[in-house]
Design a protein around this ligand. Structure first.
Ligand code: SAH
Ligand code: F3S
Length: 478
């Protein structure tokens, strides 16, 4: 699960489980970007299942091609454009084929794909998937179709996702949509709209269904899970003030975690993404309270310099972030952390860069996702600041943080050697057919020899005898 952001095409993974056998039309659905996009694609597949479409991994036989796209960095958009031009050629050979873009690029570029570039027939933003049946009627009649209206309410709470391309063991469950944070570099608030939380009952229902369906691990998903807040179904204005509302009915993220961990007591639970300025001690206490909540938090930091954090409109300081990490380690001694980092943001100096490096050393992250700053049109940083760090400097600094993270990862992995770990079997190791791969509670990948009687989805005790930079090597304890 280290591939959190996927800028590259993942081909051949769009096979599905539990589709309608009598459906005759074929949907080729490809997803890019964050886990939320992959989760959204499962909602789209479910909606289209009702319209006679089953997914296919073979693009040649598709009646409908949909790309669920990502705008987070320029490179992600370029990948999608390349893919769309391939499909344009395919369409020349097969005029009945419909091609559409979904997700963040659809929202950001709106009519551009249809009018200026004529690359697609259909454009649908992240809050408009329920409109797909109507939009497809339009394309069937030979008209282009678009819906990029963002919603303040849509959570797709009642839609039972069709699980795509997974292993039947781990699944995503969306708990919030959108983001209100407005980090200055980030396009997400513009492409995914205002933040809203999903009804906790529908979340629990989905988790129970997954358990009944044989799933062993869920990841609760949101751009910012810590701001999850459910108001008992009533809109905010029904309450006299925020305190009354909280006291009466609100469910916060830590409470949701408690509810989910109790409702599916043997299911492994993870969550992503946490936000340093909203994450509370209570979340760490819930991790400590429930054995089935994994001891791992992905806590993006972006920079170790207060000056840069302020320019990014991150609502925390370096010290506040480090205090939160310290509290986490106190409350959950076995906890592991990973980070997101942006290198070469506007005005970043060598001193700022060194502060980022020293913060990394202080935290000792298990893993990191590091990116060179990519200016996104329409964001506050694009409007008000200059992308002034030359590409070669960004590249050099990025190489330095990647090398440092490599050292830290290796050190953390070494710390797991010489003891037993509970590992969920998630599949066969890519490198060796005779080995399983899985993860421990801290999200470290572990590979070990297959033994007779073991199967996908088992949680087994593995003794770790060695490690590489990113992987634990182990053997099952009899
Ligand atoms: N809260 C979200 C963040 C989504 S963006 C979540 O669920 O993870 C994921 C990461 O991409 C961010 O944490 C940031 O490190 C990186 N990112 C966002 N905008 C970027 C940009 N303009 N250039 C480079 N990296 C960016
Ligand atoms: Fe983007 Fe910041 Fe929200 S990184 S998704 S605006 S928390």
């Amino acid at each position: 699960m280290q591939e959190k952001y996927i800028d590259e095409t993942k081909q051949g993974e769009a096979f599905a489980v539990a589709e309608r056998p009598d459906n005759s039309k074929k949907l080729f659905l490809e997803s890019y970007g964050c886990q939320m996009n992959f989760s959204d694609s499962e909602i789209v597949a479910s909606i289209l299942n009702e319209q006679g479409y089953n997914t296919t991994a073979n693009v040649e036989e598709a009646d409908l091609i949909l790309l669920n796209t990502c705008s987070i960095r320029e490179k992600a958009e370029q990948t999608v454009r390349m893919r769309l031009s391939q499909f344009k050629n395919l369409k020349k050979e097969k005029p009945t084929l419909t091609v559409g873009v979904l997700g963040c690029m659809a929202e950001r570029l709106k009519t551009k794909f249809l009018e200026e570039e004529q690359l697609v027939d259909l454009v649908v933003g992240p809050d408009a998937y329920r409109d797909l049946p109507n939009l497809l009627k339009e394309t069937d009649d030979g008209r282009d179709a678009i819906n990029v209206i963002l919603s303040k309410e849509e959570t797709y709470a009642d839609i039972n996702p069709v699980r795509l391309g997974g292993n039947g063991v781990t699944a995503f469950v969306t708990i919030t949509r959108g983001c209100d944070n407005m980090c200055t570099f980030c396009v997400v608030p513009f492409t995914r709209g205002r933040e809203r939380s999903r009804d906790p009952h529908s979340i629990i229902e989905e988790c129970k269904n997954l358990w009944d369906g044989g799933y062993k691990e869920i990841t609760l998903l949101g751009q910012n899970v810590d701001s999850y807040l459910w108001y008992g179904g009533g809109p905010k204005k029904d309450f006299k003030n925020a305190t009354e509302m909280q006291q009466l009915t609100a469910v916060k993220f830590s409470q949701l975690l408690d509810m989910v961990a109790t409702a599916v007591p043997k299911m492994r639970i993870r969550f992503s993404t946490s936000n340093p300025h909203e994450m509370t001690e209570e979340v760490f206490r819930m991790i400590a309270k429930h054995d089935n909540i994994c001891k791992y938090v992905h806590l993006p930091v972006q920079s170790g310099s207060d000056r840069i954090l302020q320019l990014m409109n991150r609502q925390h300081t370096r010290q506040e972030y480090l205090d939160l990490i310290r509290k986490g380690k106190e409350i959950v001694p076995e906890i592991s952390f990973s980070q997101d980092m942006i290198i070469g943001f506007c005005t970043e100096t060598e001193e700022d860069h060194q502060l980022t490096m020293s913060l990394m050393r202080e935290v000792e992250y298990d893993y990191g996702y590091m990116f060179s700053y990519s200016e996104r049109p329409g964001t506050p940083a694009h409007k008000k600041m200059e992308d002034d760090i030359p590409a070669d400097i960004k590249q050099r600094r990025l190489a330095e943080v990647i090398a440092l993270q490599g050292e830290l990862s290796r050190k953390r992995m070494q710390g797991y050697v010489g003891r037993n770990h509970e590992v969920l079997i998630e599949g066969t190791s890519r490198k060796n057919e005779s080995q399983w791969k899985g993860r421990n509670s801290q999200n470290a990948v572990c590979v070990f020899e297959k033994l007779e009687g073991q199967k996908l989805g088992d949680i087994v005790t593995v003794f770790v005898y060695d490690n590489t930079q990113g992987t634990l090597l182990g053997t099952t304890v009899a």
